[in-house]
Every structure is written in structure tokens, then in C-alpha cells.
Design a protein. Structure first.
Length: 251
């Protein structure tokens, strides 16, 4: 109990205010291309500083589509957020640990190399509107199939940032939360969901029958039903039931 209390006390002093600036309206933004397969749904803007966005339709997005120089300012704002997170001090080292089965209070966390999520990661809020989580990942971020990020204590996806030193891959049917800022590429495999913007700052975003949204918007899960993605525990069974309206899960 003493160790846990100390962790909460220490982590509460590692938070800083990070914003995405003009990039905050984007569900997906890349430096190179965006390639989609299947009925992906993006709540928010869709853009690239490259010249190629393919797979829309059958994919859909609720905002505006940006190409080439029209997305430059937004990508630069996302890069600025990436750099700001990388410079946060006092991070708690999680190097060598799997994020699965972890319960993390607000704070800044660091992986010297790759970070893996297998199972459930719980972000435990304190009830404060200033609760925030920052993850500094030296290399890749990889989630296993059916992994999930959930909140307790009123935590919000808009206050979670993943600064990824190379590429991020969300495994099949992963339910992720927070803004992904990857220095290279982001790949969302079949049925993966991101409640938070997906930003590939140096390469491509690859999608396959996914849902992605700005961290403050709702998902349209069917033609007649709109549901907010809230990851307050307990959620997995109910959340999967809602998603099945829009996604046919692979076996």
C-alpha cells in the first residue's frame, strides 16, 4: 500500500500540459500516405502531407480531407506535441514491463525501447480534470489481439499521449485510447479501434476495417446509432457488442 501511495504522489508531479494545436481535429493524419481496406470509420478530419489517400470509400470520415501543403501546419503541430512529450522529465521507467494488467495513475512513463500491450491496461484517474498520461516510447508500440485500454476515476482519452520513437501497430480488435504520435508509421490491423488521433509523423497510416476518432468525439457505430467511446470499467463485453454493428470480427 505504501508503494502504491508513493507512486500516486510521485506521478502527480510529472504531468504537463500538451496540446495538438490545429491537429486536434484529425482522426488520422500522415506524412506520407493513408491506405485503407474495408468499411473504416473516422470521426474527424483525414489528411496527409503526401498526395495519396486511398480506400475512401468504402471508408468514411466525418470531417474534411486534407492533401499535401494544406496539411502542413497540422502535421507540424503534431510534431511539436511529439517533441514536447519527449522532453518531459521525471518519467517513471516501465522498460521491460508489459502494459497488460498494469494500473497506472496520471503521470509520465518511459520505455527505453519497445512497449507491448497484451490484455488490459487500466489508466486510473483521480477525478481531477487535469489527470493526464504521457508515454515516452523509444522504439515501437505493439498491442496484441483483443487488448484494451480502460479508464477508472474519470480519466479521459483526450489527456493520453503516446510518443512512439518509430512505428505503432494495433493488433486485431484492439480497443486503444489516447493520441498516437509515431515518428514513422501507424498500422491498425483488422477491427482495431483508436479513441484518439492517429498520427504517422514520418511515414504512412495503414487501416483495415477500423474506427478512429479525435479523442473528444463520438463514434457512429451504425447508420442509425451513435455511441460515445467511453472506456470506464467494466467495458469489454458491452463495447464489443456495440462495435459488432459496424465491424465483422475476424476469427
Amino acid at each position: 500500500m505504501l508503494i502504491l501511495l508513493c507512486l500516486f504522489f510521485y506521478a502527480s508531479f510529472t504531468c504537463a500540459t500538451i496540446t495538438l494545436g490545429s491537429a486536434a481535429t484529425f482522426g488520422v493524419l500522415s506524412a506520407a500516405t493513408v491506405t485503407n481496406t474495408g468499411p473504416t470509420n473516422i470521426n474527424g478530419d483525414l489528411g496527409t502531407t503526401g498526395t495519396s489517400i486511398t480506400g475512401f470509400p468504402p471508408g468514411t470520415f466525418s470531417g474534411t480531407e486534407f492533401f499535401s501543403t494544406s496539411a502542413t501546419t497540422q502535421l507540424n503541430d503534431a510534431i511539436a506535441a511529439y517533441n514536447a512529450i519527449s522532453q518531459l522529465s521525471g518519467a517513471i521507467s516501465l522498460t521491460g514491463l508489459n502494459l497488460g494488467n498494469q494500473v497506472l495513475p496520471p503521470g509520465t512513463y518511459k520505455f527505453a525501447s519497445s512497449a507491448f500491450l497484451t490484455g488490459t491496461l487500466t489508466l486510473a484517474g483521480t477525478g481531477s480534470v487535469s489527470d493526464a498520461w504521457y508515454f515516452q516510447i523509444g522504439s515501437t508500440l505493439i498491442t496484441a489481439s483483443d487488448s484494451i485500454v480502460v479508464f477508472t476515476g474519470g480519466g479521459l482519452a483526450c489527456n493520453v499521449y503516446w510518443q512512439v520513437g518509430s512505428s505503432a501497430t494495433l493488433g486485431t480488435r484492439t480497443h486503444f485510447a489516447g493520441n498516437i504520435l509515431a515518428a514513422a508509421s501507424v498500422t491498425m490491423t483488422t477491427g482495431a479501434v483508436s479513441k484518439g488521433g492517429v498520427f504517422a509523423l514520418g511515414a504512412a497510416v495503414t487501416l483495415d476495417t477500423n474506427m478512429a476518432a479525435t479523442s473528444t468525439t463520438s463514434y457512429t457505430t451504425s447508420a442509425t446509432s451513435t455511441s460515445s467511446y467511453t472506456t470506464e470499467q467494466p467495458v469489454p463485453k458491452k463495447f464489443k457488442a456495440r462495435l459488432k454493428k459496424a465491424i465483422t470480427y475476424s476469427s
